[in-house]
Design a protein around this ligand. Sequence first.
Ligand SMILES: NC(=[NH2+])NCCC[C@H](N)C(=O)O
Length: 656
Amino acid sequence: MQAQMLAHTEGTEREIIKLRREIEDIENSVKVDPDIAKLETQNNKLKYQIAHLQQAIEKEKSKRMIAFPAFFGEKIQTVVSRLYPDVNAKIEVGPNKGKNGDYQCSCSFLINKELSKMGQKTNPKEIANNLSQHFGDVSCLEKIEVTGPGFLNFYLKPNFVSSQIQDVLVNGVRAPPCNKRLKVFVDFSSPNIAKEMHVGHLRSTIIGDTVSRLLEFVGHDVHRVNHLGDWGTQFGMLIAHLQDQFPNYTTESPPIENLQAFYKESKTRFDQDPDFKARAYKCVVSLQGGDEDIIKGWKLICGISLAEFNKIYERLDIRLDPVGESFYQKKMEELVPELEKAGHLQFSEGCKLIFVEGQDVPMMVVKSDGGFTYDTSDLAAIKYRMVTSEADWGVYVVDSGQGLHFDLLFAAARKIGLVKPEQKLDHVGFGVVLGEDRKKFKTRSGDTVKLKDLLDEGLQRAEKKIRDKEEIKKEKGGAGLLTEEEIIACRDAVTYGCIKFADLTCTRTNDYVFSFDKMLDDKGKTAVYLLYALTRIRSIARNAGKSNIELLDHAKQNPVNLEHEAELKLAKTLLRFAEVIEEITGTLQPHTLCNYLYDISTDFTYFYDKCYCIQKDRETGEIVKIHMDRLLLCEATAQVMEKCFNLLGIKTVSRM
Ligand SMILES: NC(=[NH2+])NCCC[C@H](N)C(=O)O
């Protein structure tokens, strides 16, 4: 038996050796072309790379929230190109706020127009029906319906809405997809050294910060630039005055407390004293020539101003890189001969100008006295940003009064080739700040309002309101009283939040009426009201004894079941977050985000009215039932609101 097995094994082994040899022979006989082998390895490498990139894309996409109008828009576009390949129509999808579905598209009217131009007879309704039949299976949709003369209505599946809310809870509130990470310069705030930073600069600061936060959130590479007015002829008189008042200024730091008064004094002398005027001009020349002592004086003055500005930025939680006009002195000196050589300049009465089509006023590149202007520094700055730094997008947050300046600047920069067609430029203009009397915003005595005083007044008013509320709480038995620390945190959040929100909530191109009474009102579309709403939402889970961690754990393990009409309405509003962000990234109109925040609070009130989250015993007041899915919806609401506040630059508090 054993011998038999041994013989069998030996036989098999011989067979294996024989087969191996045969394989070797075959392999040797087929000569592999070395080129093919190389291509094959390359091919494998590429395939690996593709798989890797696809994975990365999928991962990146899954990190983003869906902006439904863009999402449906793309799908419709695909169907349109298939069914009507000759038609070129702009597909737009908008939210429908529940009446006929959740989103609506009216592209069939446009398509019909295009088709009839080509002599094809059909009608919008037929087109809409055709599109809806070929839409294919989209997992997030309950149905597509055609209504009226040819509207396409999209209904989201409740299950899908639930799963997206769960996704918000587990993965956080995220931006919509961003096709390309752009390098963006946001030029904002930009006050002038030695002059008062006024309410116009405050608007620019607030709007510019929100625009920057938005673009950063979407994933762009944002450069926040403070284009300080830190250069120019006014420094001549300031330094000449400095030399007289504080002859030792180069060694001893002069105690200038009120730089505005110092500015006024030097201006008076400049206007009245010809000798002083002449000296001031000499100082300008020395400054531009880089004279050490003069530069010291200039730095000193800039330092005092900047320290003041920084206090305001710190209070408002604004991050900004100072790159003022002085940065461009050398660059202007280089730019002018370049422009001259290229034949871009026209000469008139000793000035060097750039004319652009459709504008009577030219850009003043060099004045008759040889000096540069605001136009020159902006041309040098745009070259630095768009050519040297290769930005994709330049955003200028400056009052609408400078609209003509930016029209000229952009047109001139494009004309002389500093900005390529694919590079974007935007002037984000805004209206003036008015007092409650609808006249220019001034103090009672008619002076410009100092920002510091304005913020201080806000703090005082907010603190009084908060302390009054605390008194009422005390009278009612003292439940929910705030600690001293909480009062201060609340005061700061409310003050700065209200000032920002009041500004951002009005359409930026309109003039804006500054009113502490209105912005500190706890009813209506104000930051106080919305901050209160958020603390109340947060307190629901707290009252139910559920911590954030518990809520998150629950959300990770269970789908959030939403059935009630009010739950779904609120949830769908929350899911509009990504489309709102996408919209504002295009329009740069922050009021849309403020309106959205208010919509959430309205839908939340409606939901909270209709759906209990915690059921209490009527007699004992004890909690008998906690509706976990609804608590999770509350938490998702709080998170979306928190993100909106964050984008608006508004700090939230946990208790008020
Ligand atoms: N690049 C610019 N021009 N930015 C805006 C500058 C604003 C100017 N300093 C002013 O107070 O009016």
